[in-house]
Structure formats: C-alpha cells, structure tokens
Design a protein around this ligand. Sequence first.
Ligand code: ATR
Length: 275
Amino acid sequence: MTPAPDRYAVIGHPIDHSRSPWIHARFAQQTGQRMVYTAIDAAPEDLDDRVRDFFARGGLGLNVTVPHKQAVLPLLQELSERARVAGAVNLILRADDGRLRGDNTDGSGLVRDLTHNLGVPIAAQRLLLLGAGGAARGIIAPLLALHPAELVIANRSAARAIELAQQFKPFGTVRGARYDELKRQRFALIINATSAGLLQEIPPLPVEVLDASTVCYDLAYARDTTRFVQWAREHGVARGIPGAGMLVEQAAESFLLWRGVRPDTTAVLADLLAL
Ligand code: ATR
C-alpha cells in the first residue's frame, strides 16, 4: 500500500480566502513532491488544540497567518534567529524527534518580491512602514538589512511604533512616529502592514506624503487592488502594489524549508494574478 502523502496546512482565522493551499499545490506539482496542503480555521481560543492535534496526527508543517503569528509562540520548542528577532512566526516545522520549530519567512518573502520581482530600490532610500503589529514585526529586520537611509514606523497608537522602533535600533536607522507628524515628509517606499483592510478601512496617512515618485506596497493580498493600493493610485503614486508577490515568495521559502527544494515562483505568481 502506498503511504499517505505528507501533510501540511495553513492555520488562521478567517481562512476561507487563503490562496496558500492553491500555491502549495502548484509548487508540489511543479517539483514532483507527494504532499497535501489544507487550510485550518482556528478561532484564537482553539489555536492550541488545533496545532497540537495537527502535529499529533502526523502533520509535518504549518504556515501561521493572521491573527496567530505571535499567539503561537508558546507552543513551540525552538525558534530560528529571524523568528526570535521578529517575535512572530509564519511557519512551523516538526523535527524528526517531534520538536516544533518556528520560523519567519515573511521578511525574506517581501524583500525578494521587492528586489527580485519588482526592482524597487531599498538601499539609501527613505522607507515608511504603516502598522506596528504582528505583520510589521516580521519585516523590519530584513528591510533594515538592506541599509535604507531611514525606516519610519507609523502607527495609530504611536507609543507602540516608538517601542517597536526602539527594539530594532540594533539593526539599523529606525524610528517611530504618529501619522500626523508625516505631512511634510517624503518616502520612496510606503508599506502597509496594518490590518485596516480587513475592515475595509485605510490607515490615516496624510495625502501630502504621497507624490508621483512614491511606491506603495500592501502586505495584504489581492489580485488587482486593495483599499490602500486603490487610495494610493487615486493620489497619483508611481506604483501601487498589492502583496501577491510576497505571498508567493514567503510560501516558496516555506516550501524550501519543508521539502528541501525551491520552487520556481515566476509562473505560479503569474497564474495567481490571472485566477
Ligand atoms: P497583525 O498581526 O495583522 O499586524 P495586530 O497585531 O492586531 O495584527 O496589529 C494590527 C495593526 O494594524 C496595528 O498596528 C493597528 O494599529 P494600532 O496599534 O494603533 O491599533 C493597525 N490598524 C488596524 N486597523 C487600523 C486602521 N483602521 N487604521 C490604521 N491602523 C490600523
């Protein structure tokens, strides 16, 4: 009898619209890996049970998405250096001895999309990051590693942005700010890492910050546009980019860590955008 295929999943809440099962199925097909990848909807109060149950039944790896990237930390026995620095996990691997190891491929996925797929320069540029929650934490150190002139973190609760910036000072030039302090400032790249889009809202960014040379990137995935990207385009920015590329690149890096083979993301990203 053929053994059952290796099992992987993404866990989040809500999870209905996740494209991760589709992306990983494409990667598996492309690289000839025998595996299944499903989606698990887990409300915060069920997270512990669902994670334990998945691995107890032989699951090999999980991707972790909103709102569980920080909440999952106490369930893990090991953390990669980048997950420890981020204080957030988007990936769990089960080792042969059953230990659960957390990692974070969000930052490297974003950086690969920006630099490799989109050709957006980062070095010596001024960057603005909107939001100071779990999604923001994972990408700060990887962005600072590319030596921007400065990274400003803006948040509604400015204290949270200032505290986060303080924590990442050892990695580069970074500071926290209030949204209304930004009016007279210019940024080459603005990254939306808030969860405002989930509520069909946009962050309270003063429009004066945008001009015809600004690139706006939304970590949220959408095929054509997001509320934030739409708003930025309406205000005449150079490029407004929804985060499909980051989604595919962080998935590819998860796949590499689990299966030891890096899938080719170009065709998968093109097909995702054409769905
Ligand atoms: P996530 O894991 O998605 O980052 P989170 O840790 O709850 O979720 O963080 C949500 C982030 O989105 C926070 O930075 C939050 O700002 P506050 O800390 O000021 O609450 C931000 N956010 C959510 N809704 C927003 C909105 N409508 N406008 C601006 N920022 C918003």
